[in-house]
Design a protein around this ligand. Structure first.
Ligand code: N01
Length: 542
């Protein structure tokens, strides 16, 4: 992988800047652009060798976004919007990475990005009212503001299985895929995990491998993506109407405009309900499924109708009845992140693809030769871990962040993250999070939420500067009220009923708290706008 022009650990760094930004993904890049526009000095630290964040790291076979390309893109520059040509409805990881690189070039971002450099610590110094940020290479930079643009799904996670280091073959995690790929030809492959990464990679690995065995702890709900090349007419049409579309994105629930469902799944006939689910299934859009009726995410009974309908679909596609049964989830639809796939269920009809249901046959250990379950040992040449992330908080608590009086963010969040608006946390002045816990973040089109947060944070800092002020910190009272509100909203949904990474359930010992804000991006934006209009109500400015 070439080292981009920004250079890396060996470049000389300034000792003080106005802003340190952690992460050069979509959030970090836009932050840098905005801060520069405000005449501020900003430095971005990035662990990878290039921009792109999620799309830099997740290079596993079949990796694609599950939001349509024309919506999953920056809106802040109409010229950028017009000039970039998306090729596919759901673009591949290389296409999205190419977009990120195009943005970096277009706005000359790399000269202020320090690549190959992970941040290890950030400590607030109350006397100077500055953050001291330390890197893995023992460099230190001070900054008035620290913005964590470190991603919600970026701290990857291996499973806690005994013997994980003993396997003699090749081992890969989907979020750390080798840049020159993995050759599965003639290989016996074991894959653990059936979330979005597993569901996307399984059909592609199966097409190459000699034998593929999938170890499933919890089945996913997955919809066929119906991916295709974009038609010239739809690109032209979108480009002509982008402003209205962007506005609709901002006001929508998921950051993807959809008609509002007005009816309950329980008030229509079985035939009509099936026809509506079939339409969502055929459309290749997760949002269409989740918004097919107005009570899919709030009523167990309504949700059960979707669940039964999808079970029937799975049973009709997968030929072996036991495998089909094992692929049917029993938690409510949408309460774990649903997946979008290409030929996922069909893949299990191939003779060389096997499903191991870990609920019936628990995983015991990784051995030198492969994986041992309670039933037997499976031998592999390659093991793929599609086992996900310490989501939403991992990338924040992995850094030794210390606020007022040396208080640690990680320790303060032991019982679950506590933020005001998902943007700031009491006791941590001038620390901002992009798409932090307590904001819609992972329940939305991330680019829409990222832009809203970046705009809000940079506007807030512009406001401080205009007032001759230097610090901003959430009050404990505003934060407590916000955490209560986030929990209250979640309690009206079915989300807390599943053992999901939204709940921290995939990380042993992590507090079980529903982390994102479930009222939708449109409602959330109104709250943020109101807070700003009220002079940043709930924050102390000084
Ligand atoms: O990770 P996951 P992911 N033993 O946490 C299993 C986004 N994304 O990388 O469900 C056995 O969803 C685990 O089982 P369980 C998207 O938001 C988007 O796939 O915890 N199994 C699960 O099956 C997504 O939700 C896209 O019981 C173990 C799997 O590993 C998020 O990223 C593509 C285990 C992990 O699934 C994360 O997706 C990719 C153990 N000890 C990702 N530990 C698109 O845009 C974990 N598992 C399409």
């Amino acid at each position: 992988d070439e080292v981009p022009d920004g250079g890396g650990a060996d470049r000389s760094l300034p000792t003080a800047v106005d802003v340190v930004i952690v992460g050069a993904g979509f959030a970090g890049m836009y932050l840098l652009h905005r801060f520069r526009g405000m005449g501020m000095s900003a430095l971005v630290f990035e662990a990878g060798t290039d921009v792109g964040g999620t799309w830099y790291w997740n290079r596993y076979p079949g990796a694609r976004v599950d939001v349509e390309s024309l919506s999953y893109s920056y809106s802040f520059d109409p010229d950028l919007e017009q000039e970039f040509e998306w090729r596919e409805r759901y673009p591949t990881q290389p296409e999205i990475l190419a977009y990120a690189r195009h943005v970096a070039d277009r706005f000359d971002l790399r000269r202020d990005i320090v690549f190959r450099t992970r941040i290890t610590a950030a400590h607030w110094d109350a006397d100077d009212a500055r953050w001291t940020v330390r890197t893995e290479h023992e460099n230190a930079v001070t900054a008035q503001y620290l913005v964590m643009a470190s991603g919600c799904l970026s701290a990857s996670k291996l499973p806690e299985i005994p013997g994980i280091d003993t396997f003699k073959g090749e081992t890969h995690h989907t979020a750390h895929w080798p840049h020159d790929g993995v050759d599965f030809t003639d290989k016996r492959v074991g894959l653990i995990g059936t979330g979005s990464s597993g569901v996307q990679s399984i059909p592609v690995i199966a097409a190459q491998a000699d034998e593929l065995t999938v170890f499933q702890r919890t089945p996913a709900y997955s919809l066929p993506a119906r991916n295709r090349a974009l038609r010239t007419a739809e690109i032209t049409d979108m480009k002509a109407n982008y402003r209205a579309w962007r506005q609709a994105q901002k006001e929508s629930g998921f950051g993807v405009p959809t008609p509002t469902a007005t009816r309950s799944a329980l008030e229509v006939s079985d035939a009509e309900r099936s026809a509506i689910f079939e339409q969502a299934w055929e459309s290749g859009s997760l949002v269409n499924l989740l918004t097919s009726f107005n009570d899919i995410s709030t009523s167990q009974e309504a949700n059960d109708t979707a669940k039964r309908w999808i079970h029937d679909k799975i049973m009709s596609i997968v030929k072996d009845p036991q495998t089909a049964q094992d692929l049917c989830p029993d938690y409510p639809v949408g309460t774990k992140r649903p997946c979008l796939d290409t030929d996922y269920y069909e893949t299990y009809n191939q003779d060389h693809v096997h499903l191991v249901n870990l609920q019936r046959e628990p995983l015991i250990e990784v051995t030198e030769r492969g994986i041992r379950t309670a039933a037997r040992e499976y031998e592999f040449d390659i093991i793929v871990y599609a086992t996900g992330f310490d989501a939403m908080t991992g990338a924040l608590t992995n850094v030794d962040i210390r606020g007022r009086d040396g208080v640690s963010l990680k320790e303060t969040w032991q019982a679950g993250p506590r933020t005001y608006l998902g943007l700031g946390s009491a006791g941590f002045p001038n620390l901002f999070m992009i798409t932090g816990p307590g904001s819609p973040s992972v329940l939305s089109n991330m680019v829409v939420s990222i832009e809203q947060h970046v705009d809000w944070v940079t506007d807030a800092i512009a406001h401080l500067r205009a007032q001759g002020l230097t610090t901003m910190e959430a009050t404990p009272e505003a934060q407590d009220a916000w955490v209560d509100h986030v929990n209250e909203i979640a309690s009206h949904t079915l989300y807390p009923r599943a053992n999901s990474w939204y709940m921290g359930a995939n990380v042993p010992g992590k507090a079980r708290v529903f982390m994102p804000y479930a009222a939708g991006v449109g409602e959330y934006r109104k709250v943020c706008d109101r807070v700003a209009a009220d002079g940043y109500d709930g924050f102390v400015l000084s």
